[in-house]
Design a protein around this ligand. Structure first.
Ligand SMILES: *Cc1c(COP(=O)(O)O)cnc(C)c1O
Length: 386
């Protein structure tokens, strides 16, 4: 066995970035950043030039997702991980139910389990490589799961859970549907009307950098946050909503095309460029088709070659944005990864917490399907030569 394999130039992808987040950033996004270097970068996020970029992002997201009337977009610093704590502070009234089927769905459920003012959540879990949606449950006021579980490459449906109605203390009497769209948003079609909250960070399908979250909020979600935050201000309230975790403050700022505190202005430029690129090419239908083509190339390959197979057994549940492939134990993925990296192909390792001999390939919209083909040819070459 050798760790030094030089992949012939003609087999290499044009771009070797296949990460599941951070993911490939297109050259045009970077060019736009340098084009805007003097007028936007290094200027105040409270002034018109930066606010125009935020307005354009909101407008672009409205178009991309076909956001229903009455829904609003909020954003803030901290990424989806921060949004989990915000959801515990401002959206879950007392008790949530979670679909748990991987590291990301588990982390949000853990946030709720650790919030001292919430009841213990109800967990519907299922083995890695499958999904479980939360089931209608008495007393539950929020149903939470992920559209795409990035740790395992599992895609779950997004549709409202018809639950029993709860009406404690004047809180709106229907349960909220809160969906983590972090690694699906922009890559996989979604009907926003089936959710009350669809949230994501931009370092996956939006090919930008992390550190910020976006949430598309239904009128019921906005009303829920208003009521919970009002109640938390009363004398003797059990709940503390820090400013940084206040969804109503985030929304108030978003309405003014701003954020509560200083954002990464450069990231806004990257995000805005990507959303315009997606919309100009045909929107979510286009990107969904493109990602699904790339994903099929990976899954078809894994079913064809003797040393690999798709990790997710049910073809319907296989992700079209993050493809996970189990490798035969005869092939050391660590060795393959090392050789690929020497040849400029990066970040196709499995999720660290999964501990499997696995490749995980981000096939977000920015990735060219022909580069996915090239990547697999490179893997074939490495396996044959190491
Ligand atoms: C990446 C990811 C997160 C975490 O996002 P951060 O921006 O790093 O906080 C949460 N959920 C899912 C499904 C993800 O893929």
């Amino acid at each position: 066995m050798t760790n030094n394999v030089t992949i012939p130039e003609k087999l290499l992808p044009e771009d070797g970035r296949f990460g599941s987040g951070p993911s490939k950033i297109r050259h045009d996004q970077i060019s736009e950043l340098s084009g805007d270097w003097k007028t936007i970068l290094g200027t105040s996020h409270r002034q018109a030039p930066v606010k125009r970029v935020v307005a354009s992002i909101k407008e672009g997201l409205r178009e991309l997702f076909g956001i229903p009337d009455g829904y609003e977009i909020a954003l803030g610093n901290g990424g989806s991980t921060a949004f989990w704590d915000m959801a515990c502070a401002c959206l879950i009234n007392r008790k949530a139910a979670f679909g748990v089927y991987g590291s990301f769905t588990r982390k949000f459920a853990d946030c709720a389990a650790n919030a001292p003012f919430l009841d213990q959540p109800v967990i519907f879990d299922s083995p890695l490589g499958t999904y479980a949606l939360p089931q209608p449950t008495e007393g539950v006021d929020a149903y939470c799961w992920a559209h795409n579980e990035t740790s395992t490459g599992v895609n779950a449906p997004v549709r409202r859970i018809a639950g029993p109605q709860v009406a404690p203390e004047g809180i709106p009497d229907s349960a909220l549907t809160i969906v983590d769209g972090t690694s699906a948003a922009g890559a996989i079609e979604v009907d926003i009307s089936q959710t009350d909250v669809y949230y994501f960070s931009p370092q996956k399908a939006f090919g930008a950098e992390g550190g910020i979250w976006f949430a598309i909020l239904s009128p019921a979600a906005i009303e829920r946050a208003n009521q919970i935050e009002q109640a938390a201000k009363l004398e003797g309230a059990q709940r503390w909503v820090p400013s940084f975790l206040s969804l109503t403050k985030a929304l108030d700022n978003a309405r003014k095309d701003q954020t509560l505190n200083t954002p990464s202005v450069g990231n806004f430029i990257l995000i805005d460029n990507q959303i315009r690129w997606l919309n100009e090419n045909g929107g979510l239908a286009w990107s969904t088709a493109r990602c699904s083509k790339s994903a099929s190339i990976v899954y078809d390959w894994a079913e064809r070659v003797p040393f690999a197979q798709p990790f997710v057994k049910d073809p319907e549940s296989r992700s079209h944005s993050v493809a996970t492939i189990d490798m035969d134990e005869m092939v050391s993925v660590d060795q393959v990864l090392g050789i690929l990296r020497q040849n400029g192909i990066v970040d196709v390792s499995g999720y660290r917490g999964l501990h499997r001999n696995q490749l995980r390939i981000g096939v977000f919209p920015s990735v060219e399907p022909r580069d996915v083909e090239a990547l697999l040819n490179c893997v074939d070459y490495v396996v044959a030569h190491m």
